[in-house]
Design a protein around this ligand. Sequence first.
Ligand SMILES: Cc1cc2nc3c(=O)[nH]c(=O)nc-3n(C[C@H](O)[C@H](O)[C@H](O)COP(=O)(O)O)c2cc1C
Length: 476
Amino acid sequence: MLMLSNPDSSQAFNYPTIIQGGMGAGVSNWRLARAVAERGQLGVVSGTALDTVLIRRLQDGDPDGHMRRALAAFPQPEMVRPILDAWFVPGGKPADAPYKLKPLPTAEMLREDEALLIVANFVEVYLAKEGHAGMVGINLLEKIQLPTLPSLFGAMLAGVDVVIMGGGIPLGIPGALDKMARLEPVEMRLNVVTSDRDRVYSTSFHPGTHMRAAQDVLSRPLFFAVIASDVLAKTLVKKANGRVDGFIIEHHNAGGHNAPPRRGDAYGERDVCSVEKVAGLGLPFWLAGGCASPDQVAAARALGARGVQIGTAFACCEESGILETIKAEIIGMHRAGKLDVITDFKASPTGYPFKRVEVEANGRRDACRACDLGYLRTIYAKDDGTLGYRCPAGPRKPFLSKGGTPEEAEGKHCLCNGLLATIGLGQTRRGIPVAPLVTWGEDMGFLDPILGTDRSSYTAGEVLDYLLPGGCCVAS
Ligand SMILES: Cc1cc2nc3c(=O)[nH]c(=O)nc-3n(C[C@H](O)[C@H](O)[C@H](O)COP(=O)(O)O)c2cc1C
């Protein structure tokens, strides 16, 4: 790999051939990102809902002590103590007792909720970076705006190398990273549903209200945007409020959320991004979606990409956060020729298409629509100009009374609760666990070459061995 220097952080940055894609919530956790980063490729933690992930791990008693070890490394212990007091349950809560909830995110976030986000994102990146000199990134979705600034700041405190953002048009993030690196206050425009087109709503964050003045200036991480169109890449280069450092061009066969098709509910030729045009912008880029084979890696590089971003192959490996029962079931369904990954155009409250796979794991479960996490709520302006919040996947009556429409609510799933159940941190209501909701990519071509016919699990290292035969990264 070619060593390039990141001008703002003056640290050397090795452009990786493989980016292990960010997978929320908690699928690409610190263990997975660390396993990849240790091997010299880019390990990426998901920053989605990390505040809830941390407090649930603490309520489970933090059995291996990893959370408390990372918390002890946070530079300001006075921010950690209230978190431990409020959420740590020695020995863990009873399995059938519900998790205690934090307040739902709003634009007027309390200082303690910001502090929890900062600390939680620090913890995940700190653990992913612990004990090696490899690179670690954090992935956030542009659509989930309210936790973004404190989350990024927490990740930066732990020395995150790259910020990767998809699910929207993150024009305001590169500049926010510049400012937070200098510990300056930041303001970010919010996407608000409003009839008053002239009114701009924003959220603000001041690192100085949390950190003592003596804190050093931080490294500014590189910023990579996940895109599905060359027009978006060009817009970001021209209009973002700071430096964009690279692109991940994601095909619509990728797992998680996908960019909506240009027309209707089906993808066509016009939905394929022009790699040539993105290459013409002169920034490093990676291809994502169905790229998990050595041939695809070589093909991507022949097109000028530095390499590829891989999701599903890592989601299915031992280190990922997905429950073992679910991974085993998916592998079994694939082997039986019964794995059916559907692009659900309605399920996600974000309005974006979402890849989903039905699993039987864990029997009777509650698929209740209670919106008690609220990460994917739509922000809307009330008649008096103040902000309100509604989730199309939440209870119907309040959603409609807040101006939502029956069409918006149709077919929606509670992603927040379903995704947390998939990683073993699901809520229990009246003794019944919430049903998991599993997102998955279309391409499973990697499985047989890695696993053969007789084994049932594999590691992140084996994914890298398969993708990079010869044992190492190809020179950039
Ligand atoms: C389980 C799962 C969760 C994902 N979650 C996210 C996410 O939170 N943010 C994001 O930008 N991409 C997400 N992705 C997309 C991956 O980062 C990656 O780009 C994609 O999976 C690549 O395609 P592949 O699955 O065919 O390798 C997710 C993918 C999977 C499989």
